[in-house]
Ligand binder design. Structure first.
Ligand code: URP
Ligand code: ZN
Ligand code: ZN
Ligand code: ZN
Length: 484
């Protein structure tokens, strides 16, 4: 049973052209003129683009005494409704827990997925066992490890653990991802505001200024350079972190930066809202920033110093947010965005002229596939690639509302935002999963996506490191002090 998408304009990260796309089974079989297939999908007036890849999501994340309310079931439905066909989740071992045991728990959690998924493995503690198991994790198709420099007393790791573990990444062809915030300083600032009686959600933002992020991003980048690994900084929210990334890249370091759709479009005035619930729903780390930081993030996407746009989708209900009623430190950190990422980026990015359509495809899909080493199976409209395709209607409009979303929570941080540009169809491995507002995907159809280790960048970095390593001076005996 083949399908042919006819009459649309194919938009890739490189160029745009009129062509039909033939799908055989789960794969793109041909791209060209006047193709025919068993079933015809009319894409007149639409763009035919690679399905979105969200490199940063937390379905059913156990965190801060609760579990994020969008499960793998609901988060993957939200993804497909928003034009995203692959998500990457974070496997989080408890301190002391085997990485492989945590992986089994995550595999059980993922069985309800409607779209393809992959994992990053978090390093939440350090031991000889973790060192050993990291190689096994890579063998199982996970090539990225995640480090939290914040969340002191919970997920946070120290510099020694990061350095040792980054060295291990270099050895086994893996890449570290870093949540960059100085957790020690954050903890002190949080205590300062609590002592002053500032207990509301605004204090969440006050206690995490851009400097804590800039400092940590710079530290992670320097540690990665010393260990000889590339590094990926998640949820880059501000100019100081972006500046550290930009500077490192100009110096030749392989550093990647991921802004979120939230930080690109929402600002810190949200925390000053009179309604406690309204403000608490927007609590995430790093917090939304002053508008001037948004300009920096957009500039990064335009110039290439930032490469991808993610969501960090980690959705808690209003009731869960209320755990922090008396103490902002207990408000579960996280916001949603899986369903909104592409439409909001299109509206605020492509429609305004900040991004071209091709840049849009690059930052929502192709760059991510390349950085995570799944290109061109994912992130490409190419013969032989998985048929993960969005038929995008640039003229379709809607006003974002929690009343109509697929996410399981009772609000949206994008409530009331008018978008123009929406998926008409989302196709995942050849199957029409979402069409004209209707979910067609079957629970459990999503497959785990293996990501092989990174031979090219690591080989280049290790060759260069070996050449640069300081060498001991071989001294002849007559040149040594007498008696040595
Ligand atoms: O506030 C956030 N970002 N919650 C999810 C966990 C994380 O730090 O990415
Ligand atoms: Zn984080
Ligand atoms: Zn994270
Ligand atoms: Zn996250």
């Amino acid at each position: 049973m083949s399908k042919v998408i006819k009459g649309g304009t194919v938009v890739t990260a490189d160029h745009s052209f009129k062509a039909d796309v033939l799908i055989e089974g789960e794969t793109i079989a041909a791209i060209g003129q006047n193709l025919s297939g068993d079933e015809v999908i009319d894409a007149t007036g639409c763009y035919v683009m690679p399905g979105g890849i969200d490199p940063h999501t937390h379905p059913a994340m156990p965190f801060m005494g609760t579990t994020s309310a969008d499960t793998n079931y609901s988060a993957t439905r939200a993804a497909l409704a928003g034009g995203t066909t692959t998500i990457v989740d974070f496997c989080l071992p408890d301190p002391g827990q085997s990485l492989l045991e945590a992986l089994e728990i995550w595999d059980r959690k993922s069985v309800s997925s409607h779209c393809d998924y992959s994992y990053h493995m978090a390093i939440t503690w350090w031991s000889e066992q973790v060192w050993r198991e990291m190689a096994e994790v890579v063998d199982r198709g996970i090539n990225t490890f995640k480090y939290f420099m914040a969340y002191k007393g919970a997920l946070m790791v120290n510099d020694d653990e990061m350095y040792q573990s980054f060295l291990r990444c270099a050895e086994i062809g893996a890449m570290p991802l870093v949540h960059a915030e100085n957790g020690d300083v954050v903890a002190r600032l949080q205590q300062k505001y609590m002592d002053k009686g500032v207990t509301g959600p605004e204090a969440h933002a006050f206690s995490r200024p851009p400097e804590v992020e800039g400092e940590a991003a710079n530290r992670a980048i320097m540690i990665a350079d010393m260990a000889g690994v590339p590094v990926y900084i998640v949820h880059v929210s501000c100019e100081p972190a972006h500046e550290a990334i930009r500077r490192a890249r100009v110096n030749g370091n392989r550093v990647y930066g991921e802004p979120l759709i939230q930080h690109l479009t929402l600002d810190d005035s949200e925390y000053l809202h009179q309604d406690w619930d309204y403000a608490a729903r927007r609590v995430m780390s790093p917090p939304f920033r002053d508008r001037k930081h948004q300009d920096s993030l957009w500039a990064g996407l335009q110039s290439g110093s930032l490469q991808v746009v993610a969501t960090d989708h980690c959705a808690f209900t209003t009731e869960q947010k209320q755990f922090g009623r008396e103490d902002f430190r207990k408000i579960p950190n996280g916001t949603g965005g899986l369903e909104e990422r592409l439409p909001v980026l299109w509206t605020r990015g492509v429609r305004t002229g900040r991004l071209t359509m091709n840049e849009f495809v690059a930052v929502t899909s192709t760059n991510i596939a390349k950085i995570l080493n799944i290109f061109p199976r994912k992130g490409a409209i190419m013969v032989g690639a998985d048929a993960d395709i969005v038929v995008w209607d640039p003229e379709a409009k809607k006003t974002i509302s929690a009343a109509t979303q697929f996410s399981a929570i009772d609000y949206s941080v994008f409530e009331g935002v008018e978008v123009s540009g929406l998926p008409r169809l989302t196709i995942s491995r050849g199957e029409v999963c979402f069409a004209d507002g209707e979910m067609k995907a079957r629970e459990g159809r999503g497959k785990f996506l293996r990501r092989p280790p990174f031979p090219a960048v690591h080989h280049a970095l290790s060759s260069w490191k070996a050449l640069q390593t300081p060498q001991p001076v071989e001294r002849r005996k007559e040149n040594m002090p007498i008696g040595v």
